[in-house]
Design a protein around this ligand. Structure first.
Ligand code: PBG
Ligand code: ZN
Length: 324
């Protein structure tokens, strides 16, 4: 139908009408808050490139998690920044490692908060890579057993869900197997199935102190130019037992989110990464954009693209905004 019979503006004339025909809604239930745990007590080290975020010791993690839950945020994803690193990342799968302690702290202080853990080695290895390094290369198969050990130790500490972010081939199957053997058949795996080798991770590397000591992550993380390959990665993870598929980063990869949503039948998560947050915050600080409005528009766009779950450093601000 053509103008003047069709007038799309008719449905945009009032907020009540716009709201009735709105196709996408952002809800606090969609949000996951990332937190960075460090050893010690009373520690709150602000992260320069992630304004409003800090490395927190477990006592402060408890407080932050409580605050988040009070705003209605259903889940946190925990990252650990240990004080000791070694070639095998042993702090990552120690019984009382920093992540394990943080999991217990949140479980204990905020019983109805969903606790997700990031499963990777890069914060814990002295070379900063996401796997074991042999002869200057990241050795895929040698890494799998350690990833499963990390996941199991998180589950033992009380993690409700694990999220492997390493991008080794075959790790979902290995982790599923490890969890099942230890009786954690009900712990879901949210796989960072489609994770790109992205420059948008810059601020996170300051926050998590996981910069690779040599080379980069392009031999395991995906080439930003590829989207058909994303389908292969996602399909493998589904077959290996993933419960939720994640795309990361979000904003520059909305097409990939949509593609996964259309072609897969698992829930889709998107990680709106540190650089996405930093760009918006920086421009807002200069008064060049309305930070709150751009935040809501961006999160809505990630939902519209197809994400059911959004991991975002804006979780607290968006939750506050959604409360009105
Ligand atoms: C590491 C990991 C990274 C992020 C989460 N887990 C980045 C990396 O590859 O260094 C990025 C999150 C962000 O930038 O917010 N396995
Ligand atoms: Zn890693």
């Amino acid at each position: 139908m053509l103008f003047p019979d069709s007038r799309p503006r008719r449905l945009r004339q009032s907020e009540i009408l716009r709201s009735m025909v709105r196709e996408t809604r952002l809800h606090v239930d969609n949000l996951v808050l990332p937190l960075f745990a460090v050893p010690g007590k009373g520690v709150e080290n602000p992260i320069q490139s992630l304004p409003g975020h800090a490395q927190l010791s477990c006592d402060n993690i408890r407080k932050k998690a409580k605050e988040a839950r009070d705003l209605g945020i259903p889940a946190v994803i925990l990252f650990g920044v240990p004080d000791k690193k070694d070639p095998l990342g042993t702090e990552a799968y120690k019984k009382d490692g920093i992540v394990q302690q943080a999991v217990k702290a949140v479980r204990d202080a905020v019983p109805d908060m969903m606790v997700i853990t990031d499963v990777c080695l890069c914060q814990f290895t002295d070379h900063g890579h996401c796997g074991i390094v042999e002869k200057g290369r990241v050795d895929n198969d040698a890494t799998l057993d350690l990833l499963a050990r990390i996941a199991v130790s998180h589950a033992k500490a009380g993690a409700h869900m694990v999220a492997p972010s390493d991008m080794m081939d075959g790790r979902v199957a290995e982790i599923r197997d490890g969890l099942d053997q230890e009786g954690y058949t009900d712990v879901p795996i949210m796989s960072y199935a489609v994770k790109y080798a992205s420059a948008y991770y810059g601020p996170f590397r300051e926050a998590a102190n996981n910069k690779p000591g040599f080379g980069d992550r392009r031999t395991y993380q995906m080439d930003p130019a590829n989207s058909r390959e994303a389908m292969r990665e996602a399909t493998m993870d589904v077959e290996e037992g993933a419960d939720i598929l994640m795309v990361k980063p979000a904003l520059a990869y909305l097409d990939v989110i949509t593609r996964l949503k259309d072609e897969m039948d698992l829930p889709i998560a998107a990680y709106s990464v540190s650089g996405e947050y930093a760009m918006i915050r920086a421009a807002a600080e200069r008064g060049w954009i309305d930070g709150d409005a751009v935040m809501m528009e961006t999160l809505t766009a990630i939902r519209r693209a197809g994400a059911d779950i959004i991991l975002t450093y804006f979780a607290m601000d968006a939750a506050r905004r959604l409360r009105g």
